[in-house]
Write a new protein. Structure first.
Length: 410
């Protein structure tokens, strides 16, 4: 039933008792359809008669351009008020779109008709990801590092075929099918699994699903392929000599200053992302080491010795620009490993007629250390392949000394 509010000139759509109301507000408005629900009652005193009366307390579910959107908002609210409130705040601050807010299964009734029987719907994977991604609490996505979020965002792309499904309906078989049908490498699929672990844990905490619905840990990656076509190989001694020659006598234009970056990678064994995320405050040239405080694995958080032969390169980069980070782009900006590969690495390899990936530098470091007969324990500590005996807050000369001796052998 539709009726006109004679006092305010607003059209009110009557919905099932206790479900709420959709009101078309008077006047010319971009979003005239208001959805709201009664969340309680309060006792108020009439200022004239001094009589006590009960008054409804409403929660405003938002104003929308179309009637069906307001109805969907009510449906979403009743399904899970906590999730809807979180999404609505993101929508109001323009952090998410209307589609992301109302990405629900539509009621079976036609949009142009008044809903008299509402089929409750659940939280979709896309809604859950949107809410989790913006939450900066302990278990929310916004509390993760930018690097971790980058990998999760890349992994979420694999969910394209299931993102509109209700979280409670996503079974182990469905998640496993995504893995089995994907042509992505095991590294990417591992990120997919980790991302789902974080999402489902968040869903349990917020009562979106029950713990028995979480089967993410049983996703099997044993048949996932390694990165296709990527064969890692160390730089040869002749190629390293070529790099040193260019580093000492610049000859390739504005890319000259990035040749030392290749040598830094070779003589430290760090991942390219670890070097690009390295801040100057974590570099201690006087003691010849730097700290990796954010890495792909727990073992990656470590002390890294600086070989004597690359100390001048560190000093050069420490003295350049006012950037917080050690290595920066042409405009002194922080850069990602993908941007570095496309803008700098690939061009340098092409000019020097070399065929290497950024990760080959780690293989080169390990190869050089192995050839120099360095103790395997020190190799693993340098490149971050094994849990350390040193805690993050203990940085002593005693701890770094054997690593310095090892790195100077190559």
């Amino acid at each position: 039933m539709v009726q006109r509010n004679p006092q305010k000139g607003a059209t009110i759509i009557r919905l099932p008792n206790g479900f709420g109301s959709v009101t078309k507000l008077a006047g010319k408005r971009r979003n005239p359809w208001r959805a709201r629900v009664t969340v309680g009652w309060e006792i108020v005193t009439d200022q004239k008669t001094r009589e006590e009366k009960t008054k409804q307390v409403h929660y405003n579910c938002g104003c929308y351009e179309k009637k069906i959107h307001a109805m969907q908002a009510l449906t979403a609210y009743h399904n899970n008020p906590q999730v809807f409130k979180g999404l609505l705040e993101l929508y109001k601050s323009r952090q998410i779109t209307l589609d992301e807010l109302l990405n629900l299964q539509k009621p079976k009734t036609k949009p142009d008709k008044i809903i008299t029987s509402v089929e409750k719907v659940g939280t979709t994977l896309q809604q859950l990801y949107t809410l989790w991604r913006a939450d900066n609490s302990k278990y929310g996505g916004a509390s993760k590092s930018d690097k971790r979020l980058y990998y999760y965002d890349q992994a979420y792309v694999l969910c394209e075929g299931i993102k509109h499904m209700l979280v409670e309906d996503i079974t182990l078989e469905i998640m496993q099918k995504v893995v089995d049908q994907s042509d992505k490498s095991k590294v990417v699929l591992s990120q997919y699994k980790q991302m789902l672990k974080a999402l489902f844990k968040y869903a349990i905490i917020h009562d979106i699903i029950t713990p028995d619905k979480n089967k993410v840990e049983f996703i099997d990656l044993s048949n996932a392929r390694d990165a296709e076509g990527v064969v890692h190989k160390p730089f040869t001694s002749d190629e390293i000599d070529r790099l040193w020659e260019v580093a000492k006598s610049p000859s390739i234009g504005k890319l000259d200053k990035y040749i030392p970056v290749v040598l830094i990678l070779i003589y430290t064994g760090v991942r390219i992302s670890e070097l690009l995320d390295l801040k100057k405050e974590d570099v201690f040239i006087d003691k010849r080491f730097f700290k990796v405080i954010d890495a792909k694995t727990k073992a990656g958080i470590r002390l890294v010795p600086i070989a004597e032969k690359v100390v001048p390169f560190f000093e050069q980069w420490m003295s350049k620009s006012d950037s917080t980070y050690l290595i920066t782009g042409f405009k002194n900006q922080h850069i990602t490993h993908n941007a570095f590969r496309l803008t700098y690495w690939n061009k340098m390899m092409g000019i020097l007629s070399l065929n290497h990936t950024q990760h080959d530098t780690r293989y080169t470091c390990v190869s050089l250390l192995t050839t120099a007969k360095v103790d395997e324990r020190w190799i693993k500590q340098i490149v971050g392949h094994k849990a350390q005996d040193i805690t993050q807050d203990v940085y002593t000369d005693i701890a770094i000394e054997p690593l310095l001796e090892a790195i100077n052998l190559i």
